[in-house]
Design a protein around this ligand. Structure first.
Ligand code: AMP
Length: 147
């Protein structure tokens, strides 16, 4: 059995994210694998019709959200010693983007949490579930427990 060479951590910045990040880091160390990180800004949050009347689609708002997300990604990546060229900030569907980044970068293990930020994710079906069913590589869903 070959060991993992490239592990991708899917980070949603939820309160349990640290547990998922720690597991990915630990595995990367054990397998001496490259560790990458991806965060996807879910553009449903800003374009969904339900918000049309209260939050107009606003390029400034999008840019602002993107800047905050990039900063959070950089902070977490630095904490985990992940090089800049291994940090992926994407927009779109988290499930699809996580899988795309994994495929394009020959990732052989994706690490996700068993759940994340709830809300829209719950309505649409969980990201973890989607990644698990559609990824071509192995997926580790780190079991997270609510306090
Ligand atoms: P969910 O299925 O949305 O409850 O989230 C489960 C896990 O999927 C989280 O613990 C993260 O590892 C990953 N995930 C969810 N949303 C995102 C996102 N926007 N960007 C990156 N990873 C995500």
């Amino acid at each position: 059995m070959e060991s993992y060479k490239h592990i991708l951590l899917a980070a949603d910045f939820s309160e349990h994210g640290v547990t998922v990040a720690d597991r990915a880091k630990d595995l990367a160390g054990k397998y001496q694998a490259k560790l990458s990180i991806v965060h996807v800004m879910d553009n449903l949050l800003i374009t969904d019709a339900a918000y049309g009347s209260t939050i107009p689609f606003d390029l400034d708002l999008t840019a602002e959200l993107m800047a905050v997300a990039k900063k959070r990604l950089a902070t977490l990546a630095e904490k985990l010693n992940i090089a800049e060229d291994c940090r992926y900030m994407e927009t779109g569907s988290p499930k699809l983007e996580i899988i795309r980044v994994a495929e394009e970068n020959k990732v052989d293990l994706i690490v996700v949490g068993s759940h994340g930020r709830h809300g829209f994710a719950l309505l649409l079906g969980s990201t973890a579930n989607g990644v698990l069913h559609h990824a071509q590589c192995d997926v580790l869903a780190v079991r997270l427990h609510d306090e």
